[in-house]
Design a protein around this ligand. Structure first.
Ligand code: 9Z3
Length: 344
């Protein structure tokens, strides 16, 4: 017996043949959020996640600890049910994993909804670096494995923080792989977190696909090139605007921070402001793919403000998240006070 009770999302559910009874989505008609959840089957493991999340929230709520949901990594859109090909969204998970560490340092409990096998808080320092993890090790004279002397000082700091988070049950890891799993899991966690109202914070750093393939149209088996004359034409639907549901009905009292990723600097602020106006939430953090590790822009209803690392900070290896998170926490604190005044 493996004894591994964790949920894994990266392996497709191969036993599920396609349910052809599902209605076809009308082409070019955006699927609204409620229909999405009505017409698609929830992932089979969702009840296990629901139990874990509820337990985690109760535990920290009793201790009056604030809880942040950090989403991280890119979602996939499988083109086949037994998935060989899929479309992916760019994100290593650095923003999410690093941000989670700073939230933990600032006394928050963190639900970390992440793309399975993307970067995780703490282990990110060693897991996906150019070094293989074995390069951090050395063999002692008496044949034991030890951490190489040059890494000891830094590793002990990371190890202590990691152990602290673990032994105080401060970090709950919840995986997703597909955009479908992401949407169902986000909805579930949001509804559970809504119980703690303004003490909950949503920090949506995951790179979520704007397009998906409705399950009624996903073939069961690997697409054969001979059958389509060697061409692959993919006809995707727009992903329902889940942020509007999150803001209006899943977690209406909580503070919501979303990220806007662009590659063209001339449209970043316009797009970030557009998202803020459309969903009417508290903060959009805009970033460009090219400069995301050094600068971001905070766009609120009232203002837009750049947060940047100086050249010395870049050279010293400072994470931009060490500037972002204290700012977000200040805004969360004001939002809590405002909601309390309103009796919420
Ligand atoms: C981001 O903009 C993240 O900061 C990055 C982080 C994906 C750029 P890395 O993981 O990258 O550090 O390599 N995330 C949000 C992207 C997104 O899909 N936003 C949606 C949108 O723009 C709204 S939730 O419409």
């Amino acid at each position: 017996m493996s004894g591994d009770k964790r949920v894994h999302t990266s392996v497709p559910d191969t036993e599920t043949a396609i349910d052809r009874n599902l209605p076809e989505f009308p082409a070019a008609k955006p699927i609204d959020e409620d229909n999405y959840f009505r017409l698609h089957k929830p992932p089979p493991y969702l009840s296990q996640i629901s139990r874990d999340v509820a337990e985690f929230i109760n535990y920290h709520h009793l201790q009056k600890r604030k809880i942040v949901l950090v989403t991280s990594g890119g979602t996939t859109v499988p083109l086949e049910n037994n998935t060989v090909r899929f479309i992916d969204n760019f994100s290593a998970g650095t923003r999410g994993a690093t941000s989670a560490e700073y939230f933990l340092e600032n006394g928050y409990a963190v639900v970390f909804l992440h793309r399975e096998f993307s970067l995780l808080p703490y282990s990110r320092h060693y897991s996906h670096t150019t070094n293989c993890f074995l390069d951090y090790m050395t063999e002692s004279k008496d044949g034991k494995v030890e951490v190489n002397a040059e890494f000891q000082k830094e590793m002990i700091v990371v190890l202590r923080k990691y152990r602290y988070a673990q032994s105080n049950n401060l970090l709950l890891l919840v995986p997703f792989t597909t955009v479908h799993q992401y949407l169902f899991t986000l909805k579930l966690i949001a509804q559970e977190l809504s119980v703690i109202g303004s003490d909950a914070l949503f920090y949506l750093a995951a790179a979520v696909s704007d397009f998906f393939l409705p399950s009624s149209r996903v073939p069961e088996h690997k697409i054969q090139s001979q059958e389509s004359g060697g061409k692959l034409v993919v006809d995707l639907e727009p992903v329902p605007k889940f942020l509007s549901r999150l803001v209006d009905s899943w977690a209406p009292i909580s503070m919501i921070v979303s990220f806007k990723l662009e590659t063209d600097s001339s449209i970043l602020i316009k797009k970030a402001r557009g998202a803020l106006e459309r969903y009417n939430h508290q903060l959009v953090i805009g970033n460009l793919l090219q400069s995301r590790k050094y600068e971001v822009v905070f766009v609120t209803q009232e203002s837009e403000r750049w947060v940047r690392l100086s050249q010395e900070q870049v050279d010293a290896g400072i994470d931009i998240e060490s500037l972002i998170i204290p700012e977000v926490i200040k805004l969360h604190q004001s939002s809590i006070e405002e909601k309390k005044k309103m009796g919420l």
